[in-house]
Design a protein around this ligand. Sequence first.
Ligand SMILES: NC(=O)c1ccc[n+]([C@@H]2O[C@H](COP(=O)([O-])OP(=O)(O)OC[C@H]3O[C@@H](n4cnc5c(N)ncnc54)[C@H](O)[C@@H]3O)[C@@H](O)[C@H]2O)c1
Length: 440
Amino acid sequence: MNNTVAKAEGKLGILIPGLGAVATTLIAGVEAVKKNLAQPVGALTQMGNIRLGKPIEARNTAIKDFVPLASLTDIVFGGWDVYSDNVFEAAMKAKVLEPMMLHAVRQELEVVRPMKAVFDQWYVANLHGDNIKEAPTKADLAKSVMDDIETFKEANDCSRLVMVWCGSTEKYLESSSVHETIANFEEGLRNNDPFIAPSMIYAYAAIKLGVPFMNGAPNLTCDIPALIELSMQTSTPIGGKDFKTGQTLMKTILAPGLQARALGVTGWFSTNILGNRDGYVLDNPDNFKTKEVSKLSVLEDILQPEINPELYGEIYHKVRINYYPPHGDNKESWDNIDIFGWLGYAMQIKINFLCRDSILAAPLVLDLALFSDLAKRAGMSGIQDWLSFYFKSPQTAPGLRPEHDIFKQLIVLHNTLRHMMGEELFTPDGADYQQEVETL
Ligand SMILES: NC(=O)c1ccc[n+]([C@@H]2O[C@H](COP(=O)([O-])OP(=O)(O)OC[C@H]3O[C@@H](n4cnc5c(N)ncnc54)[C@H](O)[C@@H]3O)[C@@H](O)[C@H]2O)c1
């Protein structure tokens, strides 16, 4: 397959609906890294390694030297928001990065001004912006986003584009008939079907133009049969949902370990306080429901109570998010985990993670943008299961169980890169190379 991965020539435009805390932390971060002011910590595409060949060969290489990724100097950013602040102003308001850091890249940030958003307050009740498109139908709105995409591409001389949704979490929605086929969906666009959310309109516009689309929020967005069908028709990589950061990241690191040691779990209580705009949006029960569904799926899928009812059959899992302005983007989470061991003796684990939400999320956006662009150049289309590593609620092919165990997800990601480059895949059984070591 290595002969078929086209080189990353020319500029890559990263288009982002939602220029809030996560997006501005990404953009400012990339500009700071380009000026050697900081390191891109947390991004596999910049700092990750991959082992090649058999373990005894000890061949390790940086991922960015192994696969042809766009370089940071070839990236141009653009985006949409319901507020008209440029990225410098929005980053100052988000208060994630220090003003000194932001002033060092001020010029680069000020030129990124949000295009008018596709927005519907029914989906995000707590936002009141005025940088919003107006058009008679959702089909006209989709056309307007497509025009934005093409104008941006030309104005910035980009050879390729990707889109990553960093907009607010929309109200909870279940898949319905308008989402079933692309014919239904396009008819729904023309008829202003209320179950076509703004995020779906951006996703449709991107996928229709063959622009890879990744969804960082828990909204359905491109996780509907209609847009999966369109992504196959237009040979477009898609993926989602909900960046795996903070508490859920910890859960998918810890739970596989407990399960690996056959330790029982009776309860996992997770609570969070955060005070950024994301927290404010999630303070609305309709929006929280979307997040809750995404956060709850993780444990059941890792522990599989149906296979191990003695260990996990009684588990009580609760997740809470509380809006608490004094903490801003510095989310604090507490987990109380009730576990049991040999002969059923009870134990407890307490985790208090003082994290920074957008600091954890920004490198994921960069990786998703660069890897989805790579996937497109490698001729891959449809749902990119191999990027599950980045999501709380991975989008998988219909009927397939999502994999949540972060270590298994990493093996799949690495193996996909090996496969793209025609390298031997890694199988963790070890029996074959153990024998080779013994005969050395
Ligand atoms: N930070 C994390 O760790 C993390 C983890 C997982 C998921 N997420 C999700 O990522 C998204 C972004 O998080 P954030 O902290 O940057 O939130 P934020 O509130 O700071 O930014 C979201 C931005 O999206 C804009 N927006 C909302 N609807 C829009 C629309 N239809 N079109 C264009 N812009 C729109 C808002 O005005 C806002 O500026 C949220 O959905 C959040 O739930 C974040």
